[in-house]
Design a protein. Structure first.
Length: 83
């Protein structure tokens, strides 16, 4: 059976739901965007500073660039999550 129905409505629903939920930046260590933002708001200015509080980018390193972007431009990702 061929499914000819559009699934665009599901994609829109997922992205809306996703924007309202927590975004994990570091999957290895379950570090969220919100946690990184909070550490930056408390004064962290570098990845080393953030890593003193959170284990982001301490395993595979795939999240390092995203973490760096959050540190240098804290509003750069999913602004709807930041409150
Ligand atoms: S995803 Fe962050 S260290 Fe692997």
């Amino acid at each position: 059976m061929i499914d000819n129905h559009s699934h665009l409505h599901l994609t829109a629903l997922r992205s809306t739901t996703f924007a309202r939920t927590t975004m994990y930046v570091c999957l290895c260590n379950a570090v969220t965007e919100r946690q990184i933002r909070e550490v930056v708001e408390r004064g962290a200015r570098s990845l080393d500073d953030v890593q003193r509080c959170l284990p982001v980018a301490t395993s595979c390193g795939c999240c390092e660039q995203t973490a760096q972007e959050l540190i240098t431009s804290p509003r750069s990702l999913s602004p709807s999550v930041a409150a």
